[in-house]
Design a protein around this ligand. Structure first.
Ligand SMILES: C[S@@+](CC[C@H](N)C(=O)[O-])C[C@H]1O[C@@H](n2cnc3c(N)ncnc32)[C@H](O)[C@@H]1O
Length: 267
């Protein structure tokens, strides 16, 4: 990870990650299935938002879910226990130096993690080390450059750019989705395939407007308000206007588009 994880570890951020995961389950996870008996490593599980979806879709696979944050892991453990999953083991670990032997996993899953790392290529190589020959790596990442909306707004676009800039200062890359193919190829993965998954929201989908445009995307931009205004990237009035324009895009007359990228490669 870079100097500081841009979204932080607050209770609100934990809620945002769960809103994001449940709203996008069909779009991102329709094909996230692992065979019975397979050993799956989930790297950077956070508060377990994806973990419970993965474990639920593949109840007979054995998941090892790791994160560097003990606080997030405690929440993930609690969540998995509440949901009654017995097929997940949680462990605190750094994905740059995994405490696992070579080739011990059949599959690796990573979601919304590479975008926060200062060296995603090194992480992908370490993940390759613990993968067995023929095993698969699945990576899901966003790309904030893919966000466009109606009504359009200069202030809203600048607010999104602030998030991209603050994440870059922390060592991450909020535009990583478009780079997944070359990153995986360079790390040595074979038969790499990338599928863009677009979220489109309009007034006919109020639940998606609430769950994705407001509570996932706009909440994420809002989270860097203090840094954006504090560093003078935007003045307070323009920032407030940008956020209000993003919320308007989630209203009955607004529309919002965003593209996630899901890459699968093999060792
Ligand atoms: C945006 S969260 C995503 C969590 C989860 N995958 C999800 O989709 O809800 C990114 C997570 O990556 C974790 N992380 C960052 N750097 C890490 C590292 N070097 N090793 C392990 N986990 C790391 C953070 O602690 C954080 O929980």
């Amino acid at each position: 990870m870079g100097i500081g994880y841009v979204h932080g570890y607050s209770a609100d951020e934990g809620t945002r990650l769960h809103d994001q995961a449940t709203t996008l389950t069909g779009l991102l996870h329709a094909d996230s299935r692992y065979p019975a008996g397979s050993r799956v490593l989930e790297a950077g599980c956070g508060v377990g938002a994806q973990t419970v979806i993965l474990a639920g879709h593949s109840p007979e696979a054995a998941f090892t879910s790791i994160d560097i944050s003990a606080v997030s892991l405690a929440q993930a453990r609690h969540r998995a226990r509440q949901a009654g999953f017995a097929n997940v083991t949680f462990q605190q670990a750094d994905l740059y130096r995994l405490p696992y032997r070579a080739a011990g996993f059949d599959h690796v899953f990573v979601c919304f993690v590479l975008e926060h790392l200062d060296d995603p290529a090194a992480a992908l190589m370490e993940l390759m080390r613990v993968l067995r020959p023929g095993g698969s790596l699945s990576v899901i990442e966003g790309d904030h450059g893919s966000a466009y909306f109606h009504p359009d707004s200069d202030q809203a676009r600048r607010a999104i750019q602030c998030l991209i800039d603050v994440q870059r200062q922390a060592g991450g890359d909020a535009l990583i989705g478009r780079r997944l193919y070359p990153l995986l190829i360079r790390a040595g993965y074979r038969e790499v395939g990338v599928s863009p998954r677009m979220v489109y929201v309009d007034g006919s989908r109020p639940a998606l407007a609430e769950g994705f445009t407001r509570k996932t995307f706009t909440a994420m931009v809002e989270g860097v308000g203090g840094q954006a205004v504090g560093q003078g990237l935007m003045d307070a009035a323009d920032w407030a206007r940008g956020l209000s324009d993003l919320r308007r895009a989630a209203g009955p007359d607004g529309t919002f588009c965003y593209t996630f990228f899901k890459a699968v490669g093999f060792k």
